[in-house]
Design a protein around this ligand. Sequence first.
Ligand SMILES: [Zn+2]
Length: 197
Amino acid sequence: MLSARGRVFLTLLIGIALLVVIVAFLQRQSGHYRPTTPSPAGATSNPESPIGFVVTLKLIVPVAGVQRNQLLDTFADSRSEGRVHDAIDIPAAQGTPVVAAADGQIIKLFQSELGGTTIYQLSTDKKFIFYYAHLQRYADGLSEGKSVRQGEVIGYVGDSGNAGLGNYHLHFSIAAVSDPRRYWEGVNINPYPLLKN
Ligand SMILES: [Zn+2]
């Protein structure tokens, strides 16, 4: 049998233990813990962060007629000269319309050795660059500075650049940029989970 003093001590101990558990639980609920995986641009799980924002963009698959469940995650694939893909490839027939994944502004039309005929589009909040490559050609009337709406045709699927002859696909990437004027820099984030859902 415990003495009266022993019972009081035991009750106090249980009370403190319960309190610790409750506080830990509440901290988890309020998001006081950090994700263990490092995210680009120092982003956190905060919905105000760039990554949180891009999730709320509700992107559409940027190739006409391609369904979300047809996409394959090729973000981490290796490419020539030790490069990592950092993008998603979406196969489609030659000449299939490429559409803007979100609202934004065309900031650069560029002929690149690797990317071929490419488009750089800035998101409306100027935090992200959407990059479309290996195009057959641009949509008629597309020009730098033009604002485009989500779903608007901006080009056509091709095999330009280093896509490989007849390997028709859209190479699409998303980069978080700190300076939208330096559109070629930025931290690539995986478009796959953003397009998939
Ligand atoms: Zn690619």
